[in-house]
Ligand binder design. Structure first.
Ligand code: ZN
Length: 396
């Protein structure tokens, strides 16, 4: 408490000293010089007295710039109150509650642009950072830095304020004098920076802030989406859409295999007879290959299908091969893409030797030509989007 009083007195002293000096100069200066000085003084004075000011030269080179938060070292970022927790989050600010006497820390390294009492905010510190952001720490019991001070990430800039046993920092983030939603930048539960690229775009006197994933993050997400548990045949997992990136599969030549060599389609999916599969013709005795790695979930005789095999894949699909003369795999068996799983036949309701091949998602058959080019015997390109309530489309 003693230190706090002392500091406040010191701060008050240095302000009054400056004021005297300025007054002195005014007395001995000509009016024109006075006016010139006033302009210079006011620019800095405004920066040191008003929270919402534009950052000089921020958009000089370009109307937009990016801040990469994907790889920020732990020493370059600190949550303002490491032991506090967010009790209120609005599009403008976070209210971070903590204990009496707790230290408020600068989020990134930077230079103190403002440190003073402002009506409605209490004691405020604003730190300007080289990444173009400014961080605002308000409702402080005491500011411990002064304008122009260089601060490191994690350096204490103030002591948290409050009354009646409720102590909190009102924290906000600005770009060019505009507050942005702190939750865009910070995960308010873990207190970590969100690993992403933040795109800042000038829009008149305002700024637009958007975020995007890095190409590596996009790839990781897609890969994760394509490793659906083999215990479920529902890749939607509560969502309305499921996306399957075929390019990701075809990038690994061992990850897929066309079901039948030297074959051709004799009857496509759908049509008048509402065909649930694609009939692929080849002679008796031809080998049937698993289309992708997976787990056999069906192998036996199923009415009209005759001898039939169904395999569940980590990419969310199931494939079915039927009218076989022989099934070479059993339920529960793990198979590799390109592994021989059966032999072509005409068991069940079939008038000629062929494989009735189905691609299925969430228990529903869809046209396998979305997945395979049945002429070239290759995997199709692009990303498929499946709707939970049925329907598949190829994303452009
Ligand atoms: Zn068929």
């Amino acid at each position: 408490m003693h230190i706090s009083k002392l500091n406040r007195t010191f701060a008050a002293m240095s302000v009054s000293k400056k004021a005297t000096m300025v007054l002195h100069r005014w007395n001995i200066s000509l009016l024109t010089l006075c006016m010139a000085m006033l302009t210079v003084c006011c620019a800095t004075a405004q920066e040191a007295s008003s929270i919402y000011v534009e950052t000089p030269n921020l958009f000089d080179k370009s109307d937009s710039y990016e801040v990469d938060f994907t790889n920020v070292a732990s020493t370059d970022y600190t949550f303002p109150l490491p032991v506090g927790h967010v009790v209120a989050s609005t599009p403008q600010s976070l209210e971070i509650e903590t204990v009496k006497g707790d230290a408020v820390k600068s989020m990134f390294a930077g230079t103190v642009r403002l440190s003073r009492h402002i009506q409605g905010f209490g004691n405020v510190v604003v730190v300007r950072h080289p990444n173009g952001f400014e961080t605002v720490y308000a409702n402080n019991a005491q500011n411990l830095v002064k304008v122009g001070d260089a601060v490191k990430a994690g350096q204490t800039v103030a002591i948290v304020g409050g009354t009646n046993d409720r102590y909190y920092c009102n924290f906000s983030i600005m770009v060019n004098g505009n507050r942005l939603n702190p939750a865009t930048i910070i995960d308010i539960h873990s207190h970590n920076l969100i690993k992403q690229i933040v795109v800042i775009k000038k829009a008149g006197s305002k700024v637009n802030v958007s975020t995007r994933l890095t190409p590596e993050q996009v790839r990781q997400r897609e890969e994760k989406a394509q490793t659906i548990s083999l215990d479920t045949n529902d890749p939607f997992q509560g969502k309305q859409f499921y996306r399957l990136n075929l390019d990701l599969i075809s990038s690994d030549p061992n990850a897929w295999h066309y079901p039948l060599d030297n074959s051709h389609v004799i009857s496509g999916f759908g049509g008048k007879r509402r065909h649930s599969g694609t009939d692929i013709k080849n002679g008796p005795g031809t080998k049937i290959y698993a289309a992708f790695d997976g787990k056999v979930v069906q192998s036996g005789v199923f009415s009209g299908y005759g001898k039939c095999i169904t395999i569940r894949h980590r990419n969310g699909l199931e494939t079915r091969y039927s009218h076989n003369s022989k099934n070479l795999v059993t339920v529960g068996e793990m198979v590799k893409a390109g592994q021989v799983i059966g032999i072509v036949g005409r068991t069940g309701r079939a008038t000629t030797e062929h494989v009735h091949f189905e691609t299925r998602i969430n228990g529903r058959a869809f046209d396998s030509s979305y997945v395979f080019d049945h002429v070239k015997h290759t995997l199709q390109k692009g990303t498929l989007q499946f709707k939970k309530n049925g329907g598949v489309s190829r994303l452009k």
